[in-house]
Design a protein around this ligand. Sequence first.
Ligand code: SAM
Length: 210
Amino acid sequence: MSSLFDDSYHSHNGALSESEYVYIDAGFNALSPQFEQVSILELGFGSGMNAMLTLQQALADGEVTKPIRFVTVEAYPVPHEVIAELNYKQYLNAEVAALFDKLHQAPWDQDVEIVPGFMLHKVHGKLENYTAVPASINLVYYDGFAPSKQPELWRQDNFDRLYPMMMPEGLLVSYCANGQFKRNLKAAGFEVKPYPGALGRREMTRAWKR
Ligand SMILES: C[S@@+](CC[C@H](N)C(=O)[O-])C[C@H]1O[C@@H](n2cnc3c(N)ncnc32)[C@H](O)[C@@H]1O
């Protein structure tokens, strides 16, 4: 739980299934095969769950076959003692569970190779201040706390900034299906398609840069 924003991190099995559905199945696995490498930008490293699930998926065939660069921007890093209490290592395969600590121990603001082909870069700062080379990102995990808790993260100016950083055919995914969020994405130029949500939720969001 974040006392700052009164919203929860992912820390139980249901949340893990939801993240797997939204970010891996509907995001990572839905990315156009035309890309020779996957360049991910995540809003909110938080518990590191999305990074771990991505690593697990990337290692599904035993080794990383397509290079992955995973940049995650986190304004309020979760303290080490809270991370130590997370119990979801048990739901991951043994190889990835062993890499859990490596993801968390990676220093901020530098490239760290977690396994060959998987580069992690944790940015300690606000997404609002993050900039990337134009057309360099092909997948965005937009995993902020809910619009009711942090409305500033869901305003159109965020998507106006993100859009040029993304490559054509790049994809943004989020668990959130808030109407104003989707209108803001469209106004920024994204093609927004309805997609069924995880675990009985009516909808989630997928938005493409065409
Ligand atoms: C729902 S949690 C993310 C969960 C995370 N993706 C995971 O896999 O556990 C939202 C995260 O966004 C972070 N955050 C809040 N405001 C932010 C901002 N302006 N820029 C970057 N990160 C922010 C929070 O500290 C929190 O860790």
